[in-house]
Write a protein that binds this ligand. Sequence first.
Ligand code: GTP
Length: 370
Amino acid sequence: MGAGARLGRRGRSFLEAILLVGGQGTRLRPLTISTPKPLLPTAGVPLLEHQLTRARDAGVERIVFATSYRAEMFNEAFGDGRRLGMEFRYVTEDEPLGTAGAVRNASAALTCGPDDPVLILNGDILSGHDISAQVEAHQKGDAQITLHLTLVDDARRYGSVPTGPDGRVLDFVEKSPDPPTNQVNAGCYVFRRSMIERIPAGRPVSAEYETFPMLLADGEVIVGYVEAAYWLDVGTPAAFVRGARDLVLGAMPSPVVTASEHGVLLLGGATVEPGAQVGGGTTVGARSVVGAGAHVESSVLFDDATVEAGARVVRSVIGEGARICAGAVLEDAVIGDRAIVGPGNELVNGLRLWPGVELPDTAVRFSADG
Ligand code: GTP
């Protein structure tokens, strides 16, 4: 802690965070056309709210949101933070500045001292790891940066981060066909505030490709905090569906979700008609209707959606106000807001329907892989 360290809640040190929420979420289109990924409804609240409340429970009291894409929607959703028991500030980039450039830009709104720890969170991660333990490891290790590292089966899609016996990071190997370790960067960092000043200002900078390798080459102490708790990068429709399912089933612990015994979360005014089978971690949005004899499994229905009698919906996302007509079959599909899938159509293998599109009732099979 810096010499002027303040005390926060419950006698703990006051802790600030920067939250990266400026990405366009292109892999999740069309869901992210009108709503940024961190605000997508996930188990009844914006995706971000699970992580915000976990951070609060770990002692974070003030968060600076680094916004860019649809910036105004974050303030509309969370305001000054009082509802969640924290203080929120918003800093918007004129041009997206990348993962480290955004941190540098947002740091102007921090209030802590140069030696104090600042938590940096990616806005699209669900992580059950112990944030307090990560901050503690940072302080005990007298590190400049401490990264949460998680373990995955196949590290090729991630940033692989080998560490030495003392926990110090040895290298950063981004998305390599031959990763040196299955320990990967989990997108949650503790920075000593003075390290943020080392990020160049006023231009796009990537934390993964530029800042971490540069600081490592300069001999700064960068430490890995390894914890293999629940972890999910909510980047694709399949991951979004999995994350929502795991929240509803309780596999991902969240302060704002009560795990469902029956594998279904019914939001206000939702209706499941007799004879419908709904489960496997499904969320049925407010005022949505699932008709008699329909089968809905491990799926997310946004508000005001309709799944008519006898339809089958598996691992799919149904946008706000969308309608799945009688007997239609959806597997791994994404249906945009207000779209209509005519009776008997089959949509499989990741097929995405854009908002407002209407498929006729010709019982055609549509597949994303042709
Ligand atoms: P894709 O377009 O599908 O890759 O998604 P994304 O735009 O969210 O990118 P990515 O998943 O790599 O971003 C990781 C996190 O950083 C997310 O929380 C993004 O919102 C955030 N982020 C990415 N780029 C920027 C940026 O330029 N500025 C800010 N403020 N945040 C960013």
